[in-house]
Design a protein around this ligand. Structure first.
Ligand SMILES: Cc1cc2nc3c(=O)[nH]c(=O)nc-3n(C[C@H](O)[C@H](O)[C@H](O)COP(=O)(O)OP(=O)(O)OC[C@H]3O[C@@H](n4cnc5c(N)ncnc54)[C@H](O)[C@@H]3O)c2cc1C
Length: 624
């Protein structure tokens, strides 16, 4: 048998013969958070001998200890709704009203439901190693109040959020985005009394790497301290800071099925869904320029950041590639960084726990491996609880949190007249993306509209042409850049993009060498910041606060990353581009133009990161 652990961050595997385990289980759920708590409740209810392990002192993870007790989209149905209904019944007894469900009532109810059905709990216990027979996981070791303990099991469900068990077992995982390895920003959640309600608030605190202890510790110290004030106003009395740090993204497993956002856009979807996740590409933070082409095509060039998508999640997306006896549930599912922005919401993560536990039960009950679990049978069980619901396969929708407004189903356009109408409007996003889907089929129309008299139609046609890779868009894109076109499109309820930096993104995507001079001027000319568009009266209060100038940040970051992309395609331009970029970020001046907030704040970190990424790329150019 192989004992597989991590030593100072490195995988360490050794042969250990036939160890004697302290106990045996059908299933061990590692991590009893949002996904894991429902996985344990489901396992126990289905009659499995189950152990749940968590390094904290309660069940529910981010949804209880993390105080994120709100539902932002996700899909309804499944065992979690039963839990929530029982939690709601406790309100008015010892538990008070809260902004969503009461977190302490939920902790209590989860424990009660799991243990009533015979599940064992190990709190204050951290998983430290995995036992393997070849690639089959057969047991776990953890450290808790009694020191090191171990147990054998038929299946481990890794619900640690960060795929800790998968990493201990040596499974392939990835972390963060391609350009700089950064994951979504994290948060320290503040819990406060607002009248007779307990409420919570958070703001992005920067980026961290929770797989690196020093970085993580510094992040905890910085983010918690940001909430500390001399006095707290009425309606905002501090109760506590959530003990579980608000981590949005971590390791993502490489699954038997792995779904990327780019594949989603091509309709290359898994065929055997167990449930649907549902949310927008909820990309926190402002540093869109650093994201992948797929994400920026959607979020920046089409301004569709607020469109919700339904993502089918299969058992293959919970199965680490090449491994048996191991499933992963929660925010580490096998999606890429881009898609993880929307496959992470509380409802959906709870569903992933239910689906993983039900698959485990079926495999054990049928005496087959997890990969051999009969799909129809599994789907039917999940359909009965409401976890799987084919009506939740809703494609693309403009949706609004809560029941603020009914969702609007998006039908991609194919009729030239409808596309023309969309492009001529202030909400051209659907038309732009429709052009991307149609590609060359719409090219002639776009070229014709580009030459017309309707300025809005011309500019939006240039954006659409840029997106389908047509260089005829370039003269107008360059003009929009030179004008610093600060017209903000209106498709989104949040995150509307401005045409000037949309044009920068697209010109760089087209590898336009002619735009280099203008972009160099944008990033190096000290008087750039004096332009009216960077002043609040022009950009509106969202564009510039006293301490952070988002409009300037967007133009500056898109221009610097754009220059790097163009230099990548044109090696002969690397020298002047490199010189200009070093000049642009050589001192702290550019950071101060972006933000007056101090080191340790999110805004400072994204400004600072421009310099780090430039340096990383220029060093790479110099070495090549
Ligand atoms: C700040 C913030 C705000 C959010 N807001 C919303 C919102 O409004 N609405 C919404 O629907 N979603 C929201 N989300 C998303 C959602 O809350 C999370 O994606 C989801 O809770 C993740 O669930 P999980 O089960 O993967 O992880 P978690 O709930 O974090 O559970 C992981 C559990 O594993 C345990 N663990 C970790 N490592 C080990 C180990 N080695 N050994 C033992 N135990 C371990 C942890 O203690 C924890 O209990 C938000 C997320 C954040 C961070």
């Amino acid at each position: 048998m192989i004992f597989s652990t991590r030593d100072n961050g490195e995988l360490h595997q050794s042969e250990v013969g036939s160890p004697v385990f302290d106990a045996q289980y059908d299933v061990i759920v590692a991590g009893l958070g949002t996904a894991g708590s429902i996985a344990l409740v489901t396992s126990a209810r289905l009659g499995l001998k189950a152990l749940g392990i968590d390094r904290m002192h309660c069940m529910g993870g981010m949804g209880t200890a993390g105080s994120v007790n709100g539902y932002y989209f996700g899909t309804k149905g499944g065992i979690y709704e039963e839990v929530d209904a029982q939690v709601a019944e406790l309100i008015g007894t010892v538990y008070t009203r809260s902004s969503a469900y009461n977190v302490d009532a939920k902790k209590y109810k989860l424990e009660q439901m799991a243990t009533a059905d015979g599940a064992a709990l190990a709190y204050e216990s951290t998983v430290t190693a995995v036992y393997l027979e070849g690639k089959q996981v057969v047991g776990l070791q953890w450290i808790g109040p009694e020191g090191l303990q171990s147990a054998s099991c038929k299946v481990v469900i890794d619900c640690t959020g960060d795929a800790e068990v998968c990493a201990l077992a040596g499974c392939d995982t990835s972390f963060g985005r391609a350009l700089d390895g950064r994951a979504q920003p994290f948060t320290s959640v503040k819990v406060f009394a607002a009248g007779d309600k307990v409420s919570w608030r958070n703001f992005d605190s920067g980026c961290t790497d929770q797989t690196d202890s020093r970085t993580l510790t510094e992040s905890i110290l910085h983010s918690h301290s940001q909430h500390l004030e001399e006095t707290y106003g009425e309606g905002q009395r501090l109760l506590h800071l959530a003990p579980l740090l608000g981590i949005r993204e971590g390791r993502l497993i490489h699954g038997e099925d792995t779904l990327s956002l780019a594949a989603y856009f091509e309709d290359a979807l898994p065929e055997e869904p167990l449930f649907y996740a549902y949310a927008d590409v909820d990309k926190h933070g402002r540093d869109h320029a650093f994201e992948s082409q797929a994400l920026q095509d959607w979020f920046v060039a089409s301004n569709l950041g607020a469109v919700n998508i339904s993502v089918p999640v299969s058992l293959g997306m919970m199965t680490p590639r090449g491994y048996e006896g191991l499933l992963a549930a929660g925010r580490c599912l096998a999606v890429d960084h881009d898609l993880s922005t929307c496959v992470r919401m509380n409802r959906d993560m709870q569903k992933s726990g239910e689906a993983a536990a039900t698959a485990t039960w079926l495999a054990i009950d049928e005496g087959v491996s997890l990969q051999e679990v009969p799909y129809e049978q599994l789907r039917d069980i999940l359909q009965e609880t409401g976890c799987y619901n084919p009506e939740q396969d809703r494609g693309y929708q403009f949706s609004y949190p809560g029941d603020r407004k009914p969702a609007e189903v998006i039908h991609w356009l194919s009729e030239p007249s409808a596309i023309r109408e969309g492009l001529a409007s202030d909400r051209p996003g659907v038309a732009i993306w429709s052009c991307r889907r149609l590609g060359q089929d719409v090219r002639e129309h776009l070229l014709q509209w580009l030459e017309g008299l309707d300025d809005q139609l011309r500019r939006h046609s240039a954006l659409a042409l840029g997106l389908i890779g047509e260089r005829a868009a370039l003269p107008l894109l360059r003009q929009m850049i030179r004008e610093r076109d600060h017209y903000a499109l209106k498709d989104c309820r949040k995150n509307n993009q401005m045409r000037g930096y949309m044009a920068i993104y697209l010109a760089a995507r087209l590898q336009d060498a002619e735009v280099v001079e203008d972009l160099i001027q944008l990033v190096t000319d000290p008087s750039e910041i004096d332009r009216p568009l960077y002043q609040p009266e022009e950009s509106g209060s969202r564009g510039k606060t006293q301490k952070y100038n988002d409009v300037y940040y967007q133009f500056f970051s898109h221009a610097t990353i754009g220059l790097l992309r163009i230099g990548e395609a044109h090696p002969h331009l690397r020298e002047p581009i490199g010189q200009a970029l070093r000049q642009a970020v050589g001192d702290m001046g550019y950071i101060q133009r972006i933000t007056q907030l101090p080191f340790g704040t999110y805004e400072y970190s994204i400004a600072d990161n421009i310099q780090s990424v430039i340096e990383q790329e220029l060093v790479r150019w110099e070495a090549s």
